[in-house]
Design a protein around this ligand. Structure first.
Ligand SMILES: *[C@@H]1O[C@H](CO)[C@@H](O)[C@H](O)[C@H]1NC(C)=O
Length: 428
């Protein structure tokens, strides 16, 4: 641990901080259940992890509340809880190192700030903007402030933001600009982005863990870090290649401002559907193939959100029921465990009773190639059972991160597309 700290300090002091890198940045993201995660609990079995993941996914899927006909002026926007991935960022100048939640389900990046009115306990030192030479408060009469969903004016005319989470957690504070830097994997250099818009949270309450110094917003809105860095680099795209959560030889990579699909043989691209709120990445799932048999959702424009922060894919119950029936058609019903024996999983087999699991693929609008899942993307051992790692929902369908493992996924915010390619994420 000490070596890591010393190394980090050395990097800060001796690397030349380069502004607005034109060739992008590559950083590690850590799944909360990974053996390399600060949350890792070695006494939890794989089934414990999968059961927790399912409950977390249900809670997060519920919080993607989407109703485009609402009167926006009366509505507060609530952020889905707790993404699954963590990343390290450095805030201010001189830089303060923090671990934060990397969240494709929210836009505003915020960190806890001193002097706190209320802060939850945090392992890393809390960022003190008074010590940062590059920290500036954003006034409330500028468009940046007015573009925030929840904002107000402070006594000194400063822009106050508020991020409300579905669980009742929140962060309130002052919208500011400062330098945000990353320890980039390509070359081990610090890459810094000046004048990045972020929230300095002085009043942060809720179910945050001590390793979480804040949230990095990677949604599709203009204030998200993904949009801001993209604008600075001149290429508004980011990508990630996710490793299985139990892989222990390294972390998954996220890249900003880099073309990551050009060298790959099979890439397919599908348009992002722009709906309210612009934060969420909506795609159109046209059909699900189960050994070649196609089942279709009732409605398909923008019917699924792709989210890195939700663990399991949830499908609206009409589609889920068709998928489940088609799987049982292939496997036969022998060995199928009575529903809800492994709650919240619905389709489970007595372990060892079924050998021939079908090939399952998702087909998206305007893409001639499907997202072909391997067995480990879609089935896993839960206690004594072997279960379909997807859940049924009455809310919105979400493409979760288990079903994104071993694909390189690139979000192009200029072209408004998402592209997928099968990839060995250990080599990224
Ligand atoms: C680790 O997991 C075990 C088994 O689920 C649990 O009893 C224990 O409380 C967990 N420890 C922590 C620190 O969360």
């Amino acid at each position: 641990m000490k070596e890591v700290v010393i190394l980090a300090i050395t990097l800060i002091q001796f690397s030349i901080l380069s502004s607005a890198e034109s060739n992008g940045v590559t950083i590690d993201i850590i799944h909360r259940d990974s053996p390399l995660s600060p949350y890792y609990n070695s006494s939890m079995t794989r089934s414990d992890v999968l059961i927790n993941a399912a409950f977390r996914s249900i809670s997060r899927a519920k919080s993607f509340k989407l109703n485009p006909s609402l009167n926006l002026a009366d509505e507060t926007i609530v952020i889905p809880n707790y993404g699954d991935y963590l990343m390290q960022i450095f805030v201010g100048n001189p830089p303060t190192k923090l671990t934060a939640i990397a969240d494709t389900g929210s836009d505003v990046t915020w960190v806890q700030c001193l002097p706190c009115e209320v802060c939850y306990k945090q392992d890393d030192p809390i960022f003190d903007p008074r010590n940062s030479e590059t920290h500036h408060v954003i006034p409330c009469d500028v468009i940046t402030c007015r573009s925030l969903f929840i904002h107000s004016c402070g006594n000194g005319g400063e822009c106050q933001y508020e991020a409300q989470y579905d669980s009742g957690s929140f962060s309130k504070g002052i919208l500011s600009t400062d330098t945000i830097s990353f320890n980039s994997n390509n070359g081990g250099q610090m890459v810094k982005y000046d004048d990045t818009i972020m929230g300095c949270g002085y009043n942060n309450v809720g179910n945050f863990k001590t390793m979480e110094g804040g949230v990095v917003g990677l949604g599709g809105g203009p204030l998200s870090l993904a949009s801001q860095i993209g604008t600075k680099i001149g290429k508004k795209k980011f990508s990630y290649c996710l490793l299985p959560y139990d892989y222990s030889q390294g972390n998954s990579k996220m890249k900003f401002g880099v073309d990551t699909q050009t060298q790959r043989t099979i890439v397919f691209t599908t348009p992002l559907v722009i709906k309210f709120p612009s934060t969420y990445y909506y795609l159109s799932l046209e059909s699900v193939s189960i050994n070649g048999k196609l089942v279709k959702p009732f409605q398909n424009v923008g019917n699924i959100v792709i989210d890195s922060g939700t663990t399991l894919t949830s499908l609206k119950s009409d589609l889920y029921d068709q998928v489940e029936a088609a799987i049982i058609e292939v496997t036969g019903s022998e060995g199928v465990v009575e529903r809800d024996q492994a709650k919240p999983y619905k389709l489970c087999y007595r372990d060892g009773t079924v050998q021939n699991f079908p090939l399952i693929s998702f087909y998206f609008f305007d893409a001639d190639y499907g997202l072909h899942f391997t067995e480990s993307n879609v089935f896993g051992k839960v206690g004594d059972f072997y279960c379909l790692l997807m859940i049924s929902t009455e809310e919105h369908s979400i493409l979760g991160n288990f079903q994104q493992v071993s694909f390189n996924i690139e979000y192009d915010l200029d072209q408004k597309t998402v592209s997928f390619a099968e990839a060995d994420c250990t080599k990224e």
